[in-house]
Design a protein around this ligand. Structure first.
Ligand code: ADP
Length: 254
């Protein structure tokens, strides 16, 4: 079932020295539960695309459909996670995690029960009364993810969500996040400049061209590994084949 359909998205910006076309004609769709990684040269329009899907930016033309319905503006169907975890330092972990539900005026007993369940399943329940400053970077990122999942979004957008973490933490966090997203069957779109990260997490990698960005190629990723995790993908002989292919595609664009 198609959850997200990006249809002929074009984005132009007015800059001082004229008009810039960031996105030219972007088309792709995402199936329920799929994890899509988007890579492309720096400045090609990856963040622009996510902002449009999140409803934070109005596209010049084209349409976004979620579950077959055209969406305009900010939608409760979409969760968005950025590089900074944006946790509120003066709130406890529990009160951070329910923050999205609070804003949506949706603190129902069922939703609160789900939050407790998420905290328990993903080893954060014992920290629920602590403050963000008392947690490690990796745990904070997990809290930010659970806060986003608490609103039960149909699609999760990740914009370079792990790039503020040091390399070691980043590997662990991507493994944890991947496990959570697959277990909860969350449909995810992740923008990253890190090709290995894109390959190790993605069911598909969408390669965007340099500006004005078009979809250059969509590569299905299949490691044929049972119990796939980002870490065990990195050890597969297929990993470097995918890497070389994507690297060449991106290099041919510079
Ligand atoms: P990426 O995330 O791939 O690095 P961005 O989506 O941030 O790329 O930006 C795409 C292009 O659009 C860049 O050339 C950038 O300079 C330009 N751009 C982004 N936002 C604006 C804006 N508000 N006004 C004018 N140009 C912009």
């Amino acid at each position: 079932m198609v959850v997200l359909d990006v249809h002929k998205i074009e984005q132009k910006y007015q800059a001082v020295n004229g008009e810039i076309t960031a996105l030219k004609e972007i088309n792709f769709s995402v199936e329920k539960g799929e994890f899509i990684s988007i890579v492309g040269p720096s400045g090609c329009g990856k963040s622009t695309l996510l902002s449009i899907i999140a409803g934070l930016l109005k596209q010049t033309s084209g349409e976004i459909f979620v579950n077959g319905e055209k969406i305009e503006g900010i939608s409760a169907h979409i969760g968005y996670m950025l590089q900074k975890d944006n946790l509120l330092e003066w709130r406890t972990i529990y009160r951070n995690v329910i923050f999205g539900l609070e804003i949506q005026n949706n603190l129902t007993p069922e939703n609160l029960q789900r939050v407790i369940q998420l905290l328990k399943t993903y080893e954060l329940y014992d920290f629920k009364d602590k403050y963000p400053s008392q947690l490690s970077g990796g745990m904070r990122q997990r809290v930010a993810l659970i806060r986003t999942l608490a609103i039960n979004p149909d699609i999760l957008l990740l914009d370079e969500a792990f790039s503020a973490l040091d390399y070691q933490t980043r590997l662990t966090v991507t493994n944890d996040v991947y496990r959570i997203l697959k277990q909860e069957q969350v449909t995810t779109l992740m923008v990253t400049h890190d090709i290995p990260e894109g390959i190790s997490m993605g069911d598909k990698v969408v390669i965007l061209s340099s500006r004005p960005a078009i979809v250059k190629e969509i590569i299905p990723i299949d490691f044929e590994i049972e119990n796939r995790t980002p870490l065990n993908c990195r050890k597969s002989p297929k990993f470097s084949k995918y890497f070389d292919h994507i690297w060449k595609e991106l290099a041919s664009d510079e």
